[in-house]
Every structure is written in C-alpha cells, then in structure tokens.
Design a protein around this ligand. Structure first.
Ligand SMILES: [Zn+2]
Length: 468
C-alpha cells in the first residue's frame, strides 16, 4: 500500500513499525461550537482509511483528541455565562451526535487535554531541562530556533518564517517564532498548578503529550486537515522530537481544503456551515458520500449541485442493494447454475481492482467507480429477466456489501423513521387489494407511493420497489 507523505512529498510504500499493527493519531476538534463542514472531511476520510487498514488485516489503534481548554472555549463560556468545562462537555456530546450520524466510528481513545495535564507538564519540564523551552512570567515558550529542522513538514525555510513572523513590541518571548507551551492563568480562567504557577497548556503541546502517552514515541500515521500542517503539526514535531530524541511520525497525511461554491469557506463571507446545517439541507448520509467521492488530497467544492450528485449516486447504490435483498429473498430455489457460478467468481476481479486503487494512496473516488462498474454487471445478472437463484443474489450481495462496508457507505438500514417498513406495509396492502380484485384501491396505493417517489415494479418474482 502506498500513501502520500506530506513530509517527503511523495507516495511511499506503507511499512508499519510493528508488523500487523498501525498506530494512528488525528487532531480532533476544539470543542467550543458545532463542528463545521471543513471538520467533517478529515473525520470521514480518516475513518474510511482506518476501516480500509482494518480490512487489509491491520490491528489499528486510533487516537483522536478533544481540545477542551482553549481561548475560544473560555470566550464562549463567558458569553454564555457557564463554566468552560460545561461548554466543552456540551460540544463533545454534539460532536458524537454528528460523528455517529456521519458514520464515523469512535476512536480507540478520545483523550482530552484536561485529563492529560500531568503528562503535558512532564513533557514541558523535559523540554526546559533540554534547553528547548524557557519560562517567563509564568508562561513557558518553545525556543523554536534551537530545533534545527523547524519547517521541514511545511517545507518552509526558517529564514522565510522568521521574516514573516509578526513582531510585537510587547512580546515577552525571546523570538517572535517561539510558541506557548504553557500559559499563566488570567483572572477568571480555568487553571492547574504547575512548576510555573497557575496556568493551562498551550494548544500544540497536548497532541505531543497524548500521542506519546497512548501510542508511543514514534507513530505510524498522523493525519489532519492541511491547514494544520503549519504551525500546529510543525510545532508537534519540534516538541516531540526534541523531547524524545527520535522521529515522531513516519507518515504525515493531510486532506485538502473545502471550498463553498468555489470560494474559501469563511465566517466573514457568510458561507460557513456547520455539519448540523448541512445535514438539515442534504442529510448526513449524503455528506459522507459527497466526501468519499473525491480523493482526500484534492480540493473539494461544496455546492448544492454536487451534493445532489452524491445523493443520486447513493440512491443508485441503495437501489442495487434493495434489488439484491429482493432476489436473496424471492429468487429461484437451488444451487448456482454453471453460468451463475462463473459470474459470481468473476466478481472477484472487482475486489482486486478496488484494493489496487485503494492501495494507491487510498483513492476512494476510484474505489467508488469500481463499485459502480460492478453494480452495472450485477444489475443485469440479478434481474427479473435473468431469473436468478437466491444463491446468486446472496453471492453478489456479499461482495457488494463487503466493498461498500470498507468505505462506510451509508445504506440507511438503521434509519429511525422506519421508512422501508412503511413502504413494505403499503405494498402488502396493495397486493391484498389486487387479490380481492379491488383494482381501484390497488391503483390508489400505487399512486400514493409514486407521489412519495417510490416506484413499484411487478416482476415474476414479486413486487419490487425503488426510489426515483
Ligand atoms: Zn494536534
């Protein structure tokens, strides 16, 4: 399997530190608000990467943190007149509501900054002891220029960074590039005791501390949005490598930006959407499909038109699944015919193609195209005209669900509205009306379903339905 490594700017063969195991870290949200559409992309894509690694037989330990102490959280707490830990708790709960609905599985561990204060203090102490950090007026800063490789991930020479750094005359730092590891508490802020007085951690240090605590000094994969590469990930490298004296991460993966109607998403342009708002408009399942249909490194344009294309693609897959479900229940009795056996075996080449494109830097867009190619063939072989056996429908359904499952394509089986059951009940009522030769009632039910976008098809094997 090859993955594009931001550090080396090329695709590299993936070789885990320990055979069969993957240690993977993703920077999670700062919990002061609902997650936005830009946050959803790394969540969905790296969830799919994790699923794929598991599919390929790796035992994956996936750590994703919550930044639950931060200026933004404190500001929100002051605005709402509630303690900052209540703000964090509220938005962690809201995070899980969105993530679950997006089909994003829980990480192996979701550590919180506030539950890792001691490991953070220990790490800062090591950096001070090694001369990489210094205390001033209760703050602790990282001495950036001392870390010789600073800028290696974002490929920026230190001279460029120095000339671009904002110089504040009131700065108490030795150098404008130095960044805070620990911040002295201001009145009214949450704080913890430390060797430098009351204070709280800076943002970057928590990821180095938690990655070390849960995954070890060197990890396989660190991922996140490309906006995190500088300065956040650069600072994580500086902290971890200076403290531990070894390489921090073997493969750095960054997903591309999301534009909204071809414009950068920003609060000032008024095109900033939370996932909750997007889901109200298009549905969570459609958002997941939309993200999977692009390669994770490509820029992605969020527009109503493209989301509707994702909706149509998802409906085609759902129709394929309901067709397979139908024939798995209503197909012909008996074992596979010779032709069917050859067909079922031939589907294995789609699995090989799927793995080949996924192994090439995790190309979910091409993987979905492979699924569609397969579906076209299946739709012909498992159709009223082909009169397939139940065994063939089951064989096709098995590989179809296997490949869709790797990407976490949502089929809405657990939809809370019980829509399918309601449709099935109406179909049964229509069948009963037909049996009683009550054609008017049968037609009425058919038209009622049609008005809901449900098309019925009478086949020799029974009544099938699909969404139009
Ligand atoms: Zn981080």
């Amino acid at each position: 399997m090859k993955l594009y490594n931001t550090m080396t700017m090329q695709k590299e063969e993936f070789v885990p530190i320990e055979p069969g195991k993957v240690r993977m870290y993703a920077c999670g949200p700062t919990v002061y608000n609902f997650i936005h559409v830009g946050n959803a992309r790394p969540l969905i894509m790296f969830d799919a990467l994790r699923r794929y690694l598991e599919y390929r037989g790796y035992d994956v330990t996936f750590v994703q943190n919550f930044t639950d102490v931060d200026d933004k959280i404190i500001n929100r707490a002051n605005e709402e007149g509630i303690p900052s830990d209540e703000v964090a708790k509220k938005y962690i709960d809201e995070y899980f509501t969105d993530a679950r609905a997006l089909g994003v599985r829980e990480a192996t561990v979701h550590p919180k900054a506030t539950e890792n204060i001691q490991p953070i203090i220990d790490l800062i102490t090591t950096l001070i002891d090694k001369g990489y950090a210094y205390e001033v007026e209760g703050d602790v800063y990282y001495r950036t220029l001392k870390f010789k490789d600073y800028g290696k991930l974002s490929h920026q020479p230190i001279e460029d960074l120095q000339s671009g750094a904002r110089i504040d005359v009131n700065d108490i730092k030795e150098n404008p590039l130095d960044f805070a590891l620990w911040k002295a508490a201001k009145p009214g802020e949450p704080y913890w005791d430390s060797p430098w007085g009351h204070g709280r951690p800076g943002w970057h240090i928590e990821c180095s501390a938690m990655s070390n605590r849960y995954l070890g000094k060197t990890i396989d994969i660190h991922c996140g949005g490309s906006d995190l590469a500088f300065p956040h990930h650069e600072n994580e490298i500086a902290q971890s490598e200076a403290a531990n004296g070894c390489k921090f991460v073997n493969y750095w993966l960054h997903n591309g930006f999301i534009n909204i109607d071809n414009k950068k998403m920003s609060k000032s342009l008024g095109n900033f959407f939370t996932v909750r708002e997007a889901a109200d408009a298009y549905g969570y399942d459609c958002i997941r499909m939309f993200m999977l249909m692009s390669h994770y490194r490509s820029p992605l344009n969020y527009s109503g038109e493209i989301l509707m294309q994702a909706r149509a693609a998802l409906e085609r897959l759902r129709t394929a699944k309901s067709n397979l479900d139908f024939f798995a229940a209503n197909g012909r009795d008996g074992a596979l015919s010779d032709d069917e056996a050859a067909f079922a075996e031939g589907l294995g080449r789609y699995r090989e193609k799927f793995i080949a494109v996924m192994d090439d830097d995790f190309n979910t867009a091409d993987a979905i195209s492979v699924i569609f190619e397969m579906v076209r063939e299946i739709n012909t072989a498992v159709s009223p005209a082909a009169d397939p056996t139940r065994a063939l429908a089951e064989a096709c359904r098995s590989i179809f669900l296997e490949l869709c499952g790797v990407l976490g394509i949502p089929f809405g089986d657990d939809a809370p509205d019980g829509e399918s059951a309601e449709i099935e009940a109406k179909i049964a009522a229509r069948q009963a009306a037909r049996k009683a030769k009550n054609w008017a009632e049968a037609d009425r039910i058919r038209d009622e379903l049609k008005a809901q976008g449900i098309l019925l098809e009478d086949t020799p094997q029974g009544v099938k339905w699909k969404k139009i």
